[in-house]
Design a protein. Structure first.
Length: 72
């Protein structure tokens, strides 16, 4: 259920476009709506932010360069 919510947030797709492997979009939307109203998602993300392990790294697109022959 959480992965389905994250997929929607990550892609910006409409709820009806949720892939079938995540389950019924109405169920996911209902749970997302309830959790949002009760701040469940905020508490989950706050807890995850506290327990970060510095294992992930971000690559900014401004520092990524392609070779001049990499066009097309």
């Amino acid at each position: 259920m959480l992965e389905a919510m994250l997929w929607i947030l990550r892609t910006g797709a409409p709820w009806r476009d949720l892939p079938a492997e995540y389950g019924c979009w109405q169920s996911v939307y209902t749970r997302f709506s309830r959790w949002s109203q009760k701040d469940v998602l905020k508490r989950v993300f706050d807890k995850l932010a506290q327990e970060r392990d510095c294992e992930g790294y971000m690559i900014d697109g401004t520092i990524v360069r392609a070779h001049q022959d990499a066009t097309g």
